[in-house]
Design a protein around this ligand. Structure first.
Ligand SMILES: [Zn+2]
Length: 313
């Protein structure tokens, strides 16, 4: 995962100097690799290799696969307020028991923003005075979504989102079929969020993303009809069209801004085209929410966009 290199260095040196807090809070927006970093830190703490975390020993492998008896993970799934006090009671029941096979035990509390206030309050004492063998690693989207008392008992590390270039490089590594331009387009289409771009690629959204990148040129050539044909072939559900609109908005928006700043962009979009496109996309999204037929929205979209990009439909 890109964007975490510096943070890993910081955490590792705190750990090696023996000053890593017993309660670490990793803050970062969705898709920045919070869970991966929490698991990495758990490995760094428990792995006995001199280059810890080595990633290969049985400790590291057990943690990676979720099978280490001294690493417990909570809050993995569920939405707002789904992280209840029962989970904290479960932690308290085992907190003072000695670790099973390592010298320490680690409680990973993911998506702490989903904790109810009761759960957060119940956790306070354990965070403040844990037994020497216990450590907590919490993750959250934004520290402001947690009680001040939780923050003050933790050391907060902020995970910065990767740059667009880092995101593109990581995509190429994971998807060797992607050309440099493909990876750049994908990265722009998902706002540089590697987690989101990775899911998009894994869930087969590439056709839709690349259609969004191709659309301005199709329209400019006066071939709005061929965009309409491709849209109806590739966006067969409302979710598909919604995906197209989101990616198209990101691509035109970003390329328009970059072009205004004199940068080269993988897709040719002028700033004024970007502004007009954003307005049409917003209206398209509204139409999607209402009961309009998919065909109707798609042909309306092509007509409006043809007006922006100078093609004739
Ligand atoms: Zn290891």
């Amino acid at each position: 995962m890109p964007g975490t290199k510096e943070l890993k260095k910081t955490l590792l040196s705190a750990l090696d100097e023996g000053v890593l807090s017993h309660a670490v809070l990793i803050e970062g927006e969705k898709g920045t690799g919070r869970k991966a970093l929490a698991l990495w830190l758990a490995k760094a703490i428990l792995c006995r290799d001199k280059n810890h975390p080595c990633g290969n020993c049985s400790v590291c492998r057990k943690i990676e696969s979720g099978n280490h008896p001294d690493v417990e993970i909570f809050g993995e799934s569920g939405g707002a307020r789904s992280f209840h006090i029962e989970s904290i009671r479960e932690i308290k029941n085992s907190l003072w028991l000695a670790p099973n096979e390592s010298e320490q035990k680690i409680y990973i509390l993911l998506n702490a923003e989903n904790m109810t206030p009761e759960a957060q309050n119940a956790l306070l004492k354990s965070l403040e005075e844990p037994p020497a063998h216990a450590r907590f690693i919490l993750t959250c989207d934004n520290r402001r979504s947690l009680l001040d008392t939780i923050i003050s008992r933790s050391t907060v590390y902020t995970l910065e989102p990767p740059t667009r270039e880092e995101c593109a490089a990581a995509l190429r590594e994971k998807y060797p079929d992607f050309s440099e331009r493909d990876a750049e387009i994908f990265s722009i289409a998902y706002g540089g969020n590697f987690g989101a771009a990775d899911s998009g690629a894994a869930e087969g959204k590439a056709e839709i993303v690349f259609l969004a990148a191709k659309a301005p040129d199709l329209l400019r050539k006066g071939t709005g009809y061929s965009l309409a044909a491709e849209l109806s072939a590739k966006c067969r559900t409302r979710a598909d069209l919604s995906e197209f609109l989101e990616r198209f908005l990101n691509i035109t928006g970003r390329c328009g801004i970059d072009r205004a700043a004199g940068k080269t962009t993988p897709v040719r979009v002028t700033p004024s085209e970007a502004v007009k496109t954003a307005d049409i996309i917003e209206r398209g999204k509204l139409a999607l929410l209402q009961n309009c037929s998919l065909e109707l929205i798609e042909s309306w979209l092509c007509m409006e966009l043809s007006g922006v990009f100078g093609g004739n439909l």
